[in-house]
Ligand binder design. Structure first.
Ligand SMILES: Nc1ncnc2c1ncn2[C@@H]1O[C@H](COP(=O)(O)OP(=O)(O)OP(=O)(O)O)[C@@H](O)[C@H]1O
Ligand SMILES: [Mg+2]
Length: 415
């Protein structure tokens, strides 16, 4: 029995409509890669583009190999079925071109762009992409050297982090994470205010409020009464502390708000009033810890930029780039250099992306953003706007894997 998917019209359009940027959103196993392969085959067999001018981006090296394999099968099937001489020639050329075709991961594609135009990207033409182990070593060495040097000078942010309970390993992890995600770091921004003394002021208010309540307790063993005495002692210690010692003391303050017996108080409502104050203080303490954490995270982020600089210097000394550099450098050279952008626009006719996820500034939301440029030439008559976007939900599954295709050169227009 022949099954015709309900969205067959959309699938057909992918194989026919080459002048529109298409974004397909569909669940796992619904045929995204199949239509992408079909689109490439259609482009090649109709003569709309040759394989060397079609970029296909996959999520992993393995997927790139599989995509080439699927393409090879499709090309061979099409060759076996075709009787049109011109089409056969195009398919034969594609079969020869296939191994060299730009079908790769985004990182490999970015590396190939940079190899073609290293100077414009500010790179040593002999740059090497740090293999995992060598890259790790550069990163780790840069971290050790930077951390030791900063600690020798008692870097206040690092000292604060360690005093407030973070471990050296936590800092190392944060630094590594920042290095890996530096494409989304953004520029330094002013830090929101953090009132270091605020909780001590609040504690003083609460302790003052407790004054008239204390004589109403008839049992000094009462837990709420004991909590009042403990907070009075804490306030006295807080008054003798400042800076980091104060912040630590206030962060570690633990308020017990639910204990205390009404029968130990006269009138018994006094007990409830004390507990309500204790609860309010407990909430204020928790909010204080959150504000302190946020401030520390902010301070660390600024401080660790110093490590990122050290890491950049280490890479530049060894003429290596890491995986994040590939994306950042390729993005930057395409954004900043109009000649480079035009060069690649002339070089490639179509970009197809099989599965893009978690868009970030250097991992573009869709291939259409690659085309943001003044056009070098007007589009040929009849070309439809590539910025028109067709999108289709193929299934109601929660999966958000996507396949996209863009026509990046002057064959299609841009915004
Ligand atoms: N129109 C179709 N009719 C029937 N089967 C199809 C159709 N399109 C694709 N398939 C089959 O469905 C399976 C999954 O296809 P494909 O790999 O293209 O899906 P996908 O959406 O890319 O999957 P994934 O989410 O795993 O990447 C394959 O076996 C393929 O041959
Ligand atoms: Mg797929």
């Amino acid at each position: 029995m022949n099954h015709r998917p309900a969205d067959q019209a959309i699938r057909d359009r992918v194989h026919r409509d080459f002048d529109t940027t298409l974004l397909l959103e569909a669940g796992a196993g619904t045929g995204k890669t199949t239509v992408l392969v079909g689109r490439i085959l259609a482009l090649v067999s109709t003569g709309r583009a040759t394989l060397d001018r079609i970029v296909a981006i996959t999520f992993s090296e393995k997927a790139a190999g599989e995509l080439k394999l699927r393409l090879r099968e499709e090309i061979e099937d099409a060759l076996a079925a075709s009787t049109d001489e011109a089409e056969r020639e195009r398919l034969l050329a594609a079969s020869t071109d296939l191994e060299r075709a730009p079908v790769s991961t985004i990182h490999a594609f970015a590396a190939s762009l940079l190899r073609e135009r290293p100077f414009e990207a500010g790179l040593d033409p002999g740059f090497s992409v740090a293999a995992e182990i060598a890259g790790e070593r550069t990163l780790e060495d840069a971290w050790e050297a930077w951390f030791d040097a900063r600690m020798a000078e008692a870097d206040p942010v690092l000292v604060r982090a360690l005093t407030l309970g973070l471990k050296i390993e936590d800092l190392r992890k944060a630094a590594r994470r920042m290095a890996a995600d530096r494409d989304v770091l953004g520029p330094p921004a002013p830090r929101p205010a953090f009132a270091l003394n605020s909780l001590r002021d609040r504690l003083r208010e609460v302790v003052t409020t407790f004054g008239p309540y204390k004589p109403r307790c008839t049992e000094t063993e009462d837990d709420a009464y004991g909590e009042i005495l403990r907070l009075e002692a804490t306030l006295a210690r807080a008054d003798r502390a400042d800076g980091l010692a104060l912040e630590r003391l206030l962060r570690e303050l633990y308020v017990v708000a639910h204990k205390g017996k009404q029968t130990n108080w006269k009138p018994k409502e006094a007990c409830n009033a004390v507990k309500a104050e204790l609860k309010a203080l407990k909430d204020a303490q928790e909010a204080y810890v959150q504000a302190s954490n946020a401030d520390l995270a902010w301070a660390l982020r600024d401080d660790l930029r110093g490590f990122l600089d050290a890491y950049e210097r280490a890479k530049s000394e060894h003429a290596v780039v890491d995986y994040t550099d590939l994306l950042l450098r390729a993005r930057d050279v395409l954004v900043r250099s109009i000649p480079v952008r035009r060069y690649f626009q002339r070089r490639f006719d179509f970009i197809l992306v099989d599965e893009f996820q978690e868009p970030t500034p250097s991992r573009p939301r869709s291939p259409s953003s690659w085309r943001r440029t003044p056009r070098p030439r007007p589009p040929p008559t009849g070309a439809r706007s590539a910025s028109a976007r067709a999108s289709s939900s193929w299934s109601a599954t929660p999966s958000r894997a996507s396949t996209a295709s863009a026509a990046p050169t002057s064959r299609s227009t841009t915004r």
